[in-house]
Write a protein that binds this ligand. Sequence first.
Ligand SMILES: [Fe+2]
Length: 551
Amino acid sequence: MPATVEIRKFVAPQPLQVDSGPELTRCSAALRRAFGTSFTLWDGNSGELLHASVQQPGSNDLFRGQLARAIHGNEPQFIADEDCLLLLAVPLDGPHGRPIVATASFVVRDVSQKEYLNGAATLLGLDQARAMAWIMRQQVWPADALLRLATAAQAQIKAEARASDLQKEVEKLSDNLASTYEEICLLHSVTQNLRISSDEEELCSLVLRWLKDCLPAQAVAIQLLPVAKEGHTTYKARTQSVLYALGDCPLDNDGFTTLIETLNLEAGCGPLVANRAVTDDAGWPLPKVQQLIVVPMAEGARVLGWLAVLNHPCGGEFGTVEASLVNSIGAILGIHSSNRDLYRQQAEFLASVVRALTSAIDAKDPYTCGHSDRVARIGVRLAKELGCDPKMLHTMYMAGLLHDIGKIGIDDAVLRKPGKLTEAEFNHIKEHPELGYRILADLHELADVLPAVLHHHEQWDGKGYPFKLAGEQIPLIARILAVADAYDAMCSDRPYRRGMPVERVEELFQQGAAQQWDAEVIRAYFACNSDIRKISQEERANLTLDVQQWT
Ligand SMILES: [Fe+2]
């Protein structure tokens, strides 16, 4: 039983605590520009002194109680009136929307040296003499001008704060856009290279190389899980898990399996991110893995593999951007792997159908047992010699297996007759290409095979059947099949005659080139006749129908 490890599911990082200093400085500077003097800044909620003005004599606590009034009004106002002084309070939005209040004392009338300014001195927090000295140095302001100027400054500070917020938002969006663009480019590259028939190892290598280029990671790895049980498949289906890794990967296939089992991951678990806060824990199963992102490659509830990014270089941490990218790639690969497996299952099914049909022909005409299989392999060899592509070779192979399927509809007495056929009997035999066509016509997967089934008894000179097509009117696959069929038929023993020696068959091929058979196909035959002789002598092969085997 694997040890239970507490894991941290992926959580979007919290916003960083922003330094509030620059915002207070900006408020302060704007007020100084407007009034020619600096203001004292207070926290509007707590009354805490945030910034003391060097040009205001003191920060008199006696007036703190008035700050709340200033915040409530939300507009500049005088919160104290002592002798010749007014204490101006300007409510502002501070960092993170926290209310702040800026205050400053202003002289609003001329003062005589002889005046006794007790209230003003108290407001300034100075003795009489120093208060008078400070007052005498000040500009005299009209009170209404102070309020108008404060209102304008307040609006300007709000506008600057808004501009600053927008700038930050633009920078954040720009960063997100850059990450998203990189992610889209990578996903585009991956999807461009997804082909059902493409080599899985090659695809994994490509994806790992792209991920390694995009992400700060010491290693990236893909583990593909088995899709079939040993011995339960005729195709190259994976029956063991396999690990593809790039970089300095601290895990082998067994280690990776242990990791997944220990973390108790499953199809719908989403991306798992573990950084040092988790991996430093004593219960972490693999000390060599210090930072990790792992995502399932799944289709619905079925996991087909795992995609992992291991160990951040320089001890950094994996976060949202990396996890999102890996998750997207994992989802695409999961669907692709599932599609590949469905394709494999479909191909397996088709192979079963073809096997059943081929067995039916053999059962019907035991004298030609193995003929279809030999014709199929000889046809493929000829097609290869003619430079046909892998898809055509696959079609050729199935066409060889199924070309005489129409004989199922021919009377046994005619099919197995040891002597010479009457004209009526021969005409009945000649129905088998069209019968075969009709038998297979509804199997869409075998559509490419139909021309070969229908035309494999046509002749280059137009004297064949069923449609007396001539020359290149006859599909190439049928022209190849005609030579393969003739070779095996002439070489094999029949109830009414012994098989011909190969030398005699080859004489007939030379005579019949450009008459009965396509001269190009006959040329191909002579270019590989030793191979064909071997093929015709081999034991009947198992039908794998694996397109990969011809590539
Ligand atoms: Fe035939």
